[in-house]
Design a binder for this molecule. Structure first.
Ligand SMILES: *Cc1c(COP(=O)(O)O)cnc(C)c1O
Ligand SMILES: [Zn+2]
Length: 368
């Protein structure tokens, strides 16, 4: 090994708050102190595989610190296109992450998380979601025949409910806030009979979403973009993007981690509020961007630390601009859900240098 390379670490889980370590195969969904785990490891960043039997997300399986072997549950997800479009006079790259088996990028995370659960022999799964994560977990559990219960707000769009049902998952509709839904799922998990495969808590979800960064890097001819603009609620894509770019940077493959811009809907913008505190904040309201309407993001401090580490920003967009951006996207042949349109709407609120390379993930399909 060259002396300049990072030291090899035994993979483990490490608590974000108290730094307590757990085995990489632990099925605990949170630390005794109440905080969440992250994965600590030294990924193998050699992307040149001679065996191309797995494409997309699992092309990067050497970077994922558990050897799932035959337990990998894959539907060929990932490897999504990165075309350039003109957006109000600026050329941006859009990553078509609505083109996943279930119609959102959540499949990146679910394939990682459910493959590991399958590898560990989990017999039952619970998850809570405002929609798309539930669709992904239900699909990947169906693919490996692990029964799952998906807790969702009673207000979730009919298309997403129908989709979760189609995968044979048990739907648990909960009246109340998104936090009430999470509490109900957490309680079911706490009773000990099921594994809490939570896209928010389970650090292996982020080991899947980090492949977003690897794909962008390879598609840009082994360069990092300058800026990535990401719809953010619980931060499952933003955190994954940071992890992927950070690993590329740590291994000397890119010279800097892109600036990460977290985009929220101003009707539900707790990350924005913490980043830019203001007097008398209004109570949150219902927004068309249902996928990121998260009033109490568990990983808010982690999200803000990554935004700050990359000299990024948090931007809040209004309802009208979300609708306008969704319509304009349609006129360019891109059919996306309102949640995804927030990132395009944010482009008008961010200052860019003229030659900046900007990537915007289009996270969810308009059909839902
Ligand atoms: C989940 C999701 C996001 C990002 O949400 P996080 O809560 O930050 O993980 C963005 N767009 C769509 C369509 C989603 O489903
Ligand atoms: Zn802890």
């Amino acid at each position: 090994m060259n002396s300049g390379e990072p030291a090899i670490k035994e993979p483990c889980l490490v608590c974000f708050s108290c730094s307590k370590k757990e085995s990489i195969s632990s099925i605990k969904w949170r630390c005794e102190c109440g905080s969440f785990f992250n994965v600590e490891h030294s990924p193998n960043m050699n992307f040149e595989r001679d065996d191309n039997s797995l494409t997309g997300v699992w092309r990067y399986r050497d970077t994922i610190p558990i050897n799932c072997g035959d337990a990998i549950i894959s539907m060929g997800e990932g490897g999504t296109p990165l075309p350039q479009v003109d957006w109000l006079g600026r050329s941006v790259y859009v990553k078509l992450d609505m083109l996943f088996p279930t119609g959102s990028y959540k499949d990146r995370g679910a394939t990682g998380m459910i493959s590991r659960a399958n590898h560990l022999g989990v017999e039952k799964v619970v998850e809570d979601s405002s929609g798309n994560a539930g669709c992904s977990v239900a699909a990947y559990c169906a693919a490996c025949k692990i029964p799952c219960d998906i807790f969702v707000p009673a207000s979730t769009s009919k298309a997403k409910l129908g989709q979760i049902d189609a995968y044979g998952a048990t739907l648990r509709l909960i009246d109340g806030s998104r936090e009430d839904v999470a509490a109900a799922a957490g309680k079911a998990a706490m009773s000990g009979s099921a594994y809490y495969a939570s896209h928010v808590w389970d650090p292996f979800f982020f080991q899947g979403t980090k492949t977003f960064a690897y794909e962008v890097y390879e598609q840009l001819q082994r360069r990092a973009p300058d800026t990535v603009v990401i719809p953010t609620g619980n931060g499952t894509l933003l955190i994954g993007a940071y992890l992927g770019f950070e690993e590329l940077h740590r291994h000397g493959l890119i010279s800097k981690i892109p600036r990460l811009i977290a985009v929220q809907a101003d009707r539900c913008a707790p990350i924005h509020l913490k980043h830019v505190p203001r007097a008398n904040p209004q109570p949150w309201k219902k927004t068309a961007a249902e996928g990121i309407a998260i009033a109490k993001p568990v990983r808010i401090d982690q999200i803000l630390s990554y935004v700050e580490a990359t000299a990024g920003e948090v931007v809040a967009v209004d309802e009208q601009s979300i609708v306008d951006a969704r319509n304009l996207a349609g006129e360019k042949g891109l059919f996306i859900e309102p949640t995804s349109a927030t990132a395009l709407a944010a482009l008008e609120m961010i200052s860019f240098a003229p030659d900046e390379t900007v990537v915007v993930p289009l996270t969810g399909h308009g059909l839902k």
